[in-house]
Design a protein around this ligand. Structure first.
Ligand SMILES: [Zn+2]
Length: 256
């Protein structure tokens, strides 16, 4: 029986996704939404090259990418634009939008999660996109501009309770790090300006979301993960969370 288990394990894809977790009574519970659909709003102020409407369309496509995961059960609902709830405000409204943060010169976007520390239930999740960078919502991307939908896909992964994945490779360049390849949109460092690669979920991302919000058909993969529990890869991360948790998408350099 043990041998069967090992063989099965090795045949399974090597996943590297991480789930956010909170320590509750000596064990780690997953950070996740406990209601479905998850409601969000969009801050109504755009930037010079991306209107609020274009922003809303780009993030709708990013939410749709995650909703298309057939082995996961999570849906998202747009509740309209807001002029009063800014991303980052603790106001029980999950808001996505631009914020001008020139001091964060390597942070493209950032997700803040409010978590019930007793249960791991997500209470609110906000995402800001740094207006100091050049953004694009062009269908095929634009040279010199970051693809909003690509960055949104990763941030929505965080919004949903996923951490970073280790499936990628970088090299050191004069300005920091450049991504050579990534097998997960949840790889922490974004592709450069002009790239739309991050719009498309990879098997590791799909496995991660399905692990947090399984629809029933994901059972086999979860068993494979449990079998590999000695590897860091499939384990939920046990981290000490303050009430507010921040995850940031960076395009080059430094730790996260
Ligand atoms: Zn990230």
């Amino acid at each position: 029986m043990a041998i069967v288990g090992v063989a099965f394990c090795e045949a399974a894809p090597a996943f590297a996704y991480l789930r956010f977790g909170v320590p509750v009574a000596g064990r780690t519970v997953a950070v996740k939404w406990t209601h479905n659909p998850v409601h969000y709003r969009v801050f109504e102020t755009g930037v010079s090259d991306v209107s609020a409407l274009q922003f809303r369309e780009a993030i709708a496509s990013a939410f749709a990418s995650w909703e298309a995961v057939q082995t996961a059960r999570i849906r998202y609902t747009f509740d309209g634009f807001t002029s009063t709830s800014r991303p980052g405000d603790e106001d029980s409204v999950s808001t996505l939008g631009f914020a001008d943060r020139p001091e964060l010169d390597r942070v493209l976007a950032s997700t803040t999660l409010l978590v019930d520390e007793e249960t791991g239930a997500l209470l609110e999740s906000d995402i800001f996109f740094n207006a100091s960078f050049p953004w694009s919502t062009a269908p095929n991307g634009e040279p010199g501009r970051f693809d909003l939908a690509s960055i949104a896909v990763q941030e929505i992964g965080h919004f949903s309770g996923l951490g970073h994945s280790a499936l990628g490779e970088t090299e050191l360049v004069s300005t920091g790090r450049r991504v050579l390849g990534a097998e997960a949109v949840m790889f922490p460092i974004a592709f450069g300006p002009g790239s739309t690669t991050g719009r498309t979920l990879r098997p590791d991302d799909i496995a991660g979301l399905s692990d947090v919000y399984p629809d029933g058909s994901f059972r086999v993969t979860r068993a494979a993960c449990r079998a590999r529990s000695r590897a860091t890869a499939c384990r939920s991360t046990a981290r000490m969370w303050s009430r507010s948790v921040r995850e940031q998408a960076r395009w080059s350099g430094i730790s996260r």
